[in-house]
Design a protein around this ligand. Structure first.
Ligand SMILES: NC(=O)c1ccc[n+]([C@@H]2O[C@H](COP(=O)([O-])OP(=O)(O)OC[C@H]3O[C@@H](n4cnc5c(N)ncnc54)[C@H](OP(=O)(O)O)[C@@H]3O)[C@@H](O)[C@H]2O)c1
Length: 337
């Protein structure tokens, strides 16, 4: 009888645990490990203050917001992207919202696809600050086009920008981190680096490549426990990513300005990126529902995951063909920070 009572209590305990985890998951906007770190782990305020952080893609969207939140934390920031005027605009705002001085912010215009410039850019950062504590590989471009309609050079261009460009900057920065036995490499991958997404075959391939590269590099760096390799996988986030996405041709961007308000606010995504960096989390998923639950299903029940992706993917393609943002099929409400 006592054994039976124990078993019933144990079963109830397990059931309660799963119910609690399920409720947490349904309310979550990131994987549960990241949310645990946000509540109980190290805060960005305590870990990142005073760091020297190099952000690529700092002229817009996630990279721009990263600069603002970093300077508020008291980090020195190197801002890189192609458009110098936009970088100067971001720098000006950084100075306005923080107590940093001119010398704490360095603008280095940089094209990720122009590999020949990456060494001199890295040298300039080291010369100015003497070190790089954190590299944020953020610059990149997405894609909105069906494979059958798309020029081959789109696939080449996306690999050169999102993958080779990122590997190249990392190749120049890592030796400095190895020398100091310390540093963090934060890469803004994507959920499309984990699962397949229609209309983004080339983009998904470039982000899958990043995942494979950094997951392997992390193991190679096992003898440097204080060099962290952190892969960030966001779902849809408010930014210019759709507007700037390439189409059937690499040079041609999406023409329509689509409503982004139902996506995760940029500042929430960036706060979670900083929590991930402060806690050296290896891979994080940052996304609202219903995407997040779909990623969990894909990870733990891939056969069901493939079925769901197939169904939702058709809706995405229909949206695209009728000229609305492909992701709006999943929109529930507008989101503001
Ligand atoms: N927003 C999302 O839903 C989402 C989801 C998952 C992952 N991501 C990833 O998040 C990262 C940031 O994107 P975002 O959403 O913030 O989009 P965004 O607003 O379009 O910003 C993209 C940034 O990348 C820079 N960039 C583009 N081509 C470049 C090049 N050849 N060389 C150097 N920089 C270049 C752009 O600056 P310039 O044009 O001035 O060069 C811009 O600063 C990307 O890697 C993207 O794949 C975004």
């Amino acid at each position: 009888m006592e054994l039976l009572t124990c078993c019933v209590l144990l079963a109830l305990g397990c059931l309660l645990y799963f119910v609690v985890q399920f409720v947490r998951l349904m309310k979550a906007d990131a994987d549960l490990t990241l949310l645990w770190a946000e509540s109980f782990g190290s805060s960005p305020e305590s870990k990142l203050r005073g760091s020297v952080v190099w952000v690529t893609g700092a002229s817009s969207g996630i990279g721009e917001e990263l600069c603002y939140q970093l300077v508020k934390l008291g980090a020195s920031v190197v801002l890189s992207a192609r458009r110098e005027a936009e970088l100067l605009r971001v720098k000006k705002k950084c100075l306005e919202i923080s107590s940093l001085e001119e010398k704490d912010l360095l603008v280095i215009p940089l094209d990720l696809t122009d590999l020949s410039t990456h060494k001199s850019a890295t040298d300039k950062v080291i010369q100015h600050f003497g070190r790089i504590d954190i590299l944020v590989n953020n610059g990149g471009r997405s894609q909105r086009s069906l494979f059958v309609d798309t020029d081959l050079n789109v696939f080449q261009g996306l690999m050169e920008l999102n993958y080779i460009g990122t590997v190249s900057i990392t190749k120049h920065v890592l030796p400095h981190m190895i020398e100091r036995k310390k540093g963090k490499i934060v890469t803004i991958s994507s959920i499309t680096g984990l699962v397949g997404v229609p209309l983004s075959t080339g983009y998904a391939a470039s982000k899958h490549a990043l995942q494979g590269f950094f997951n392997s590099l992390r193991i190679e760096l096992g003898t440097y426990p204080d060099i962290a390799v952190i892969n960030i996988c966001p779902g849809p986030v408010q930014s210019k990513v759709v507007e700037n996405a390439c189409t059937e041709r690499f040079e041609k961007s999406v023409e329509a300005h689509t409503d982004q308000t139902y996506k995760m606010p940029t500042d929430r995504c960036v706060r979670l990126i900083l929590v991930s960096a402060a806690n050296d989390l290896k891979e994080v998923w940052i996304s609202d529902q219903p995407y997040l639950i779909i990623y969990y299903i894909c990870q733990y029940a891939p056969t069901w995951g493939f079925w769901i992706l197939q169904r939702s993917g058709q809706k995405r393609i229909q949206n695209f063909k009728s000229g609305i943002d492909a992701d709006s099929s999943f929109a529930f409400s507008k989101k503001t920070s």
